[in-house]
Design a protein around this ligand. Structure first.
Ligand code: CA
Ligand code: CA
Length: 300
């Protein structure tokens, strides 16, 4: 099986990057991923020295492994990525940074907390352990236009910080350039919805995926399916802008799948759609997701 080592990182989703490997639809790939500081933060005292100089305005943090060129992928197709397994490393870190997050005004000193992870538990202290909930923070394809730094999100994905991007989920991504140019990284041992303090439990990992291609089917924004849920995503400068995109996207899917009117779709979403915040801490886009139970399709 193809394995992509974690030294093959990129810091933007860009049509200009050289692919690190070529992959066929149906193929399985293991991607080794770095933590959000590219492995430079191993001890609390590394907190201030582990951020490199920005290059061309890109902060060079939050790397993604890739990009992978998917053979046969052309603009207007949809790429599917099945997340089959996420194997976490043995430790991660959390950060408290002045002015960052909803408690940023309380932070007197930028602080890193190193968290050992073993046997499925994140060990915060002798008394505080919590079960891990591995997820992928950054996943996306290259946009046809302006590159998207992996600190941000765009129409083709990126730093979505969507806790539903985990083992068992199928991620649908727009293809805007030949080969799609898929990259993923920023794995979290766990992250609460909203990522309230600005970082999750940031960890290296190994992610097993299977890629697929849906020819001639356009996807506007990243979309997810789990065993039970369909999940649309939205991003924007504020909560309402992000939420409107996710809601509209879901309404269009329900209308197409179940032959509903807009009025019926709206009422159904009001009854059973759960709007959740992925990332909220400010200074970046607001990212949301809308979850709706999977229903049998009309005629099935
Ligand atoms: Ca992130
Ligand atoms: Ca992160």
């Amino acid at each position: 099986m193809l394995r992509i080592s974690r030294d093959k990182v990129c810091y933007e989703l860009s049509p200009h990057l050289e692919p690190v490997a070529y992959v066929d639809p149906g193929e399985r790939v293991v991607l080794e991923t770095h933590d959000s500081r590219t492995g430079r933060l191993q001890r609390p005292e590394d907190v201030l020295t582990s951020v490199p100089e920005p290059k061309n305005g890109n902060p060079m943090v939050n790397p993604a492994t890739g990009p992978l060129y998917i053979r046969g992928a052309e603009p207007g197709d949809t790429l599917t990525v099945d997340i089959l397994d996420i194997k976490l490393g043995s430790q991660g870190y959390l950060l408290a940074k002045q002015g960052v997050g909803l408690l940023g005004d309380t932070v007197r000193e930028t602080t890193a907390w190193i968290i050992p992870v073993s046997e499925g538990q994140a060990r915060f202290s002798d008394r505080i352990s919590l079960p891990v909930r591995p997820m992928i923070g950054v996943i996306g394809t290259a946009p046809a236009g302006t590159p998207v730094p992996t600190m941000h999100a765009g129409d083709t994905g990126g730093n979505m910080d969507n806790a539903r991007i985990t083992t068992g989920t199928r991620v649908f991504l727009p293809v805007q350039v030949p080969g799609a140019l898929l990259a993923l990284g920023d794995v979290h041992g766990m992250m609460g919805d909203g990522e309230l303090n600005g970082t999750a439990l940031e960890m290296p990992a190994e992610v097993l995926i299977e890629v697929g291609l849906i020819k001639g089917q356009r996807t506007a924004l990243p979309y997810l399916e789990t065993a039970d849920l369909m999940i649309t995503t939205g991003y924007g400068d504020d909560f309402l802008a992000a939420a409107r995109r996710a809601v509209r996207e879901m309404a269009e899917r329900l209308i197409a799948a179940h032959n509903l009117t807009w009025e019926e779709a709206g009422m159904l979403l009001s009854a059973a759609g759960d709007l959740r915040i992925c990332q909220s801490y400010g200074g970046q886009e607001i990212i949301v997701r809308l979850e709706f139970p999977k229903l049998p399709r009309t005629g099935e």
